[in-house]
Write a protein that binds this ligand. Structure first.
Ligand SMILES: NC(=O)c1ccc[n+]([C@@H]2O[C@H](COP(=O)([O-])OP(=O)(O)OC[C@H]3O[C@@H](n4cnc5c(N)ncnc54)[C@H](OP(=O)(O)O)[C@@H]3O)[C@@H](O)[C@H]2O)c1
Length: 285
């Protein structure tokens, strides 16, 4: 019998969990693992610009219904107008992902409007005090980066679970960063937040797949040509820079791969998209 049941008692390490929070009868793993359904109801936080907007465009072009979340009504309206020519349907909800009740309401409203959620993409993110030395970084700004980049992703996922677990192909893709693996001076809070997302991805993947068949992966890019990166690096264009830069569309393709039924066995993966930089040895060859 190819069925699967989740044991909240874990592997005998004596971790006490609230058993009521976990389903006693999990869905048959064979059914979940053999899905051929592609996501058609997508929610993207940070969908009004950069990587999130490219993800929204990718799915709208495929005829999906996409709900985007961002703080600014104006930017949301602009994104919606920009995607109006695509065959899909785009809905918007304004919320600051650092505001738990606003974010919860936005994800729920979009989930209801879309008739469910197959894919949640958490792209909303900020970089904090770029270039500031450790002694200069204020506790408030450090906390703000963690609130938006980490707690915001957690709250969005938690709110989307009731929708994702009803989907035939429920999955989550977090937008992490190569800054979760490597660091440079002056990006302390951002580095810490993206490092946390790496492990949040794994922890959610293990728990949500076992309990509900929901896959959770992340894409971790190096520099992507977006307003955030241009502002952070103080450039108007990346055209003549001597370091590798990728496009937001490159990241949208990685998201689409991770959320596709073709990657049904891929779960808990933090996909580095960095031109191979982190694979390089210090060996002088
Ligand atoms: N660009 C890069 O080089 C790069 C590299 C690695 C990882 N990333 C990650 O990719 C993600 C997207 O960044 P991006 O480069 O696409 O930036 P972007 O062009 O500035 O877009 C950021 C999006 O997030 C929204 N947002 C920001 N703070 C928010 C908040 N508190 N609540 C709700 N929405 C918020 C913005 O809309 P509003 O401002 O209207 O809220 C916007 O839609 C981030 O998590 C970033 O860390 C970027």
């Amino acid at each position: 019998m190819n069925s699967y049941s989740f044991s909240p008692a874990g592997r005998g390490y004596g971790i006490r969990v609230n058993e009521d929070a976990f389903e006693k009868e999990a869905r048959p793993m064979a059914e979940l693992a053999n899905t051929t359904t592609a996501p058609s109801r997508i929610v993207v936080t940070g969908g009004s610009s950069g990587i999130g907007l490219a993800v929204a465009r990718h799915y709208a072009a495929e005829g999906a219904v996409v709900g985007i979340i961002g703080r600014s009504d104006e930017r949301l309206a602009r994104a919606r107008a920009e995607l109006a020519g695509e065959p899909g349907d785009v809905r918007t909800a304004a919320a600051d992902v650092g505001d738990e009740s606003a974010l919860t309401a936005a994800v729920r409203d979009l989930g209801d409007e879309l008739g469910g959620i197959d894919l949640l993409v958490c792209s909303a993110g900020i970089d904090g005090e770029m270039g500031a030395a450790c002694e200069e970084v204020t506790t408030d700004s450090f906390r703000e980066v963690l609130d938006v980049n980490v707690v915001g992703a957690f709250v969005a996922v938690r709110t989307a679970i009731p929708f994702l677990k009803e989907s035939p192909c429920g999955s989550v893709v977090l937008i992490g960063s190569d800054s979760g693996f490597v660091s440079v001076p002056g990006m302390l809070a951002y580095n810490a937040s993206k490092g946390a997302l790496v492990q949040l991805t794994r922890a959610l993947a293990v728990e949500l797949h076992d309990a509900h068949g929901i896959r959770v992966n992340s894409v971790c890019p190096s520099i992507v040509d977006t307003p955030l990166a241009r502002e952070g690096l103080g450039v108007e264009s990346f055209e003549h820079v001597d370091y590798p830069v990728q496009s937001a569309e490159d990241i949208a393709w990685s998201v689409a791969y991770l959320a596709s039924p073709r990657s049904r066995a891929v779960n808990g993966v933090n996909l580095l998209s960095d031109f191979g930089y982190t694979g390089r040895s210090s060996f002088p060859a």
